[in-house]
Design a protein around this ligand. Structure first.
Ligand code: ADP
Ligand code: MG
Ligand code: MG
Length: 875
């Protein structure tokens, strides 16, 4: 017997498991589940995602048994509805819909009213006693089928429709009567024969087969592929196909269709949220053709149906214990559900809903924490408009996705992408976005549309991407061809600066200053719960008192990496630093260093104070000397003036210091070995600052970190130096502080000999930026030329500088931890590369048994949440 490819649902029960999204796809699973819990769903059947996979394996042919199973399911559907597919008098019509395991909104297309032809359209007119409805359904069918299945641009149909409305002097589709629609059908059919050379297919069985194939094929259309790439969805999954009996929202004023969320997906507010249209079908609501009405008005318009809808949405939320995004159709006051899925939401909404649902007793804290995606909360840490600035909004649309964005107006997705590639900030301005725009939306800081509601394509996709969006800003007069819009007497052209506020819906023709956000009450709660579950510590990479304070406010438990080179670059110091580098003898260097030391000490005092007793890991000077060399004669002259040295002499010295490959050159602990006085000065500054605060009653435990160690002897020599300077400083200060000496593990040799290195280290901090560079043999600064292509081709599944290369670099980290701990059981280990704020990498750190991660201040909340996810997932 062949495999089961087709699963029926209807008459109160479904063959498939409502939880089996892998098999049925998300939409099919939702339809099955709703059927099983007694919610009114038109009957139908689902062709499995596996059938799609087999279709591709078989060179785009159906697997054995699929055809027969579809025929059988169609018979069951006829029995269930009492109608016949292909009947001339009383035809069964179906929708053919795609549905992958995870929802890919707008990525694959749906065909409605399939089964109609020139004969049965009149049958339908008679049996429904509604000719307008019959021809409305037929013209929709020809257009959708023409577009999705036959590949005819839908503009060709739209143009004719527009023309007809113009000729009849009407605004909207519903004002066209039966005769108009019948004429439209004739013209649409002409388009089809012109474009394809064949008449519109009249045989329903053939229509069905062509439509199913088109859904299978749409899995690999360009925009589906792009969406999968952006959202990291495997290309191997395939899509399910749902064939479902039609219910009709376009039969008159006691009919309609709508979409809704069980709670507000933008704010998380507990309120039923959505839109509907009377006498409409399918995607009219989201397509922005007519402006939909807010769902609360349905109560007055169709009280009976509204009551059914309220019962259903409450039941669904109770059942799924999460916010549902639902689609419904009302046919003659009777409600039918066509879709339910977990509602996509903004980060702010995700946080509020998770907290509310714990308080309502729906879910526990663990679930709440797991419901908030770490990648997503980054949104909450994004800039917003500075409330204290005054600005003038020229228009107001719907606040479709919160946050604010400043960028240059762009009217075309491709241009948005190319400008982004040049490093420009852009805002995509469109009448309405469509799935083809997905790449341009991704490239934009924010999205602004003139039509469409809160559930329009632009709004849904923007919320999913965490981008700010103002939708349905009707007062904008956008001319996409001329690349400009006008509003309230202003004209904005491509490249002009605008600001949009997705939290309020405002549009501003200006660059409005943005400010950094703070943690909201609910977000703080989720993070506090995260702290209960996580076992990894979270520290920050901070070099200034200001960053340190920000990070502490965000919950950092210490500094994992305080770089000291920034302190060297500052204006008042750089000359002294250059003098030090260019000095020809130790004495000259010491003289110059003495000028730098007071600044260093001030820096450390500020940071220690900001961190109020939390651990602070200070990395001694790391960058290549090369980076400090003065380049212009003017710079050299300044050093000459300050030091009394000869200009020519200095210039010669500067050119001698040139390095061919500074990243692998005179840097890191090599500086400490060759010019010990640099590190000595730094250590003195650290210990003096710590002792001074100690005298004031504040405990400071500095952790001194030696960079770029490759050989244990480098560390043993420098450790001796640190200990010596510590003793001297304590002697002078008349008091002691505790301190640690550790090293970065950022060269493969250090990882390979970690047991030897650990003998001299109190802690290891994996510097995964350099470790990635040195392991892959890829310079991060030069990787832009080829790495994006590597990621495109899947050679690396992610940029290895963003998400740690687990099988390569990760092995060295594991080895470092194991070997290190083999000689020192409780060697403290952490990570301080860019990866410390990346959720995937944090999960890796959890599995590897590190003690903490360290990341930039604004990533700290993301890291706390990620660490909780990692702990819960690896329990
Ligand atoms: P998407 O994946 O883009 O949401 P859907 O497959 O859900 O696409 O279908 C698009 C629209 O068609 C939806 O608004 C849905 O409500 C409507 N629709 C789908 N199937 C039927 C049906 N059997 N009867 C009436 N409307 C339908
Ligand atoms: Mg669609
Ligand atoms: Mg849908």
């Amino acid at each position: 017997m062949s495999q089961k490819w087709v699963y029926f649902f209807g008459d109160g029960k479904a063959e498939g498991e409502g939880s089996d999204k892998e098999l049925l796809g998300g939409k099919g699973a939702g339809l099955a589940e709703m059927t099983n819990i007694g919610i009114p769903v038109p009957p139908g059947f689902t062709i499995t995602t596996g059938a799609c996979v087999e279709y591709y394996n078989n060179d785009r042919n159906y697997p054995d048994g699929l055809e027969g199973q579809m025929e059988k399911a169609m018979e069951d559907l006829e029995k269930s509805t009492g109608k016949k597919f292909g009947d001339d008098e009383f035809p069964l019509l179906v929708s053919v819909r795609s549905g992958a395991r995870v929802s890919m909104p707008g990525m694959m297309d749906t065909v409605l009213n399939l089964g109609l032809n020139d004969v049965s359209v009149d049958g339908l007119a008679k049996s429904s006693n509604n000719k307008r409805f019959a021809y409305d359904s037929y013209r929709r069918f020809i257009q959708m089928f023409g577009d999705v299945v036959l590949g005819i641009s839908h503009n060709k149909f739209e143009k004719i429709l527009r023309q007809m409305k113009q000729d009849k002097n009407v605004e909207i589709d519903t004002q066209l009567d039966a005769e108009d629609l019948a004429k439209l059908v004739e013209e649409f059919k002409k388009v089809v024969s012109m474009e394809t050379g064949n008449p519109f297919p009249q045989e329903p069985k053939e229509q069905l087969k062509l439509a199913v194939n088109a859904v299978f094929d749409s899995w690999n259309n360009q925009r589906a592929k792009t969406y999968r790439k952006i959202h990291k969805i495997p290309h191997e999954w395939g899509t399910g196909v749902n064939v479902q009996a039609m219910v009709f929202g376009n039969m008159g004023d006691d009919c309609g269709t709508g979409v809704a969320f069980t709670r507000n997906p933008s704010t998380g507010e507990k309120e039923f949220f959505g839109e509907f249209l009377i006498n409409a079908q399918g995607e009219d609501v989201v397509a922005g053709i007519r402006t939909p009405e807010p769902i609360k008005d349905l109560q007055d318009r169709m009280p009976e149906a509204f009551q059914q809808l309220e019962e259903v949405y409450r039941k669904l939320e109770n059942h799924y214990k999460d916010v549902q995004d639902i689609e419904f159709t009302i046919e003659r006051n009777k409600l039918f559900m066509l879709q339910t899925r977990t509602g996509k939401r903004t980060a702010a909404a995700a946080v509020k809903i998770a907290v509310d649902m714990v308080e309502e007793g729906f879910i526990d804290k663990e679930t709440a924490v797991l419901r908030v995606a770490p990648d997503q909360v980054d949104q909450l840490l994004h800039p917003m408009i500075d409330e204290s600035t005054s600005y003038e909004a020229v228009a107001k649309g719907l606040p479709a996705s919160p946050g604010a964005a400043v960028g240059k107006a762009v009217f075309n997705a491709e241009i948005a992408e190319s400008m982004r590639e040049k490093g420009e900030d852009v805002i995509l301005v469109r009448n309405e976005t469509s799935p083809e725009d997905i790449g341009g939306m991704h490239a934009s800081k924010g999205i602004l549309t003139a039509t469409g509601g809160m559930t329009s394509h632009a709004a849904v996709v923007a919320r999913g991407m965490g981008k700010c969006c103002v939708a349905g800003c009707g007062s904008l007069d956008i001319d996409e061809k001329a690349k400009q819009f006008s509003v309230a007497g202003h004209t904005v052209k491509e490249g002009d600066w605008i600001t949009i506020n997705g939290t309020t819906g405002e549009v501003i023709i200006d660059k409005v200053p943005l400010v950094e956000p703070t943690l909201s009450g609910e977000f703080a709660k989720i993070l506090a719960w995260s702290d209960e579950f996580r076992t990894l510590g979270v520290r920050t990479n901070a070099d200034t008192p200001k960053d340190s304070a920000t990070a502490r406010d965000f919950g950092a438990q210490g500094i994992g990496l305080c770089r000291t080179e920034h302190m060297f670059f500052e204006a008042e110091r750089i000359d002294a630093v250059r003098e030090m580098i260019l000095a020809s003898c130790e004495e000259g260097r010491r003289r110059a260093l003495a000028k730098v030391k007071p600044f260093q000490k001030e820096d450390f005092l500020g940071i220690f104070k900001a961190m109020a007793g939390l651990p602070v890991t200070i990395r001694l000077l790391d960058p290549p000397l090369h980076e400090f060399i003065p380049h212009t004669d003017e710079d050299i002259q300044r050093v000459a003036d300050a030091s009394g040295l000869q200009f020519e002499e200095l210039k010669r010295k500067a050119s001698e210091l040139h390095e061919f490959n500074p990243m692998l050159g005179h840097r890191g602990c090599r500086l400490g070995i060759t010019y010990p006085e640099i590190y000595e000065m730094q250590c003195e500054a650290i210990f003096e600052a710590a002792c001074e605060l100690g005298a004031e009653g504040q405990t400071v435990v500095p952790e001194i970190m030696i960079p770029l160690v490759g050989h244990e002897k480098e560390l043993s020599e420098l450790r001796e130096m640190v200990e010596r300077v510590a003793e001297e400083s304590f002697e002078k200060a008349g008091r002691k502080v505790e301190y640690l000496v550790g090293t970065m593990i950022e060269l493969p040799r250090a990882a390979l000999t970690a047991d030897e290195v650990a003998a001299h280290a109190d802690f290891f901090s994996f510097g995964t930026n350099d470790l990635t560079q040195t392991t892959l043999g890829v310079s991060r600064d030069d990787s832009g030329r080829f790495l994006p292509l590597y990621v495109d081709k899947g050679i690396y599944s992610d940029d290895p500088f963003v998400s740690i290369d687990q099988s390569g670099v990760g092995q060295l980290v594991e080895m470092g931890v194991q070997k290190g701990r083999s000689v020192k059981k409780d060697l403290k280990t952490g990570i301080c590369g860019e990866h410390g704020g990346d959720p995937e990498s944090i999960n890796f750190c959890q599995k590897t048994g590190l003690d903490y991660v360290s990341c930039s201040p604004f990533r700290v909340p993301v890291a706390r949440l990620s660490a909780a996810h990692a702990a819960l997932k690896n329990k």
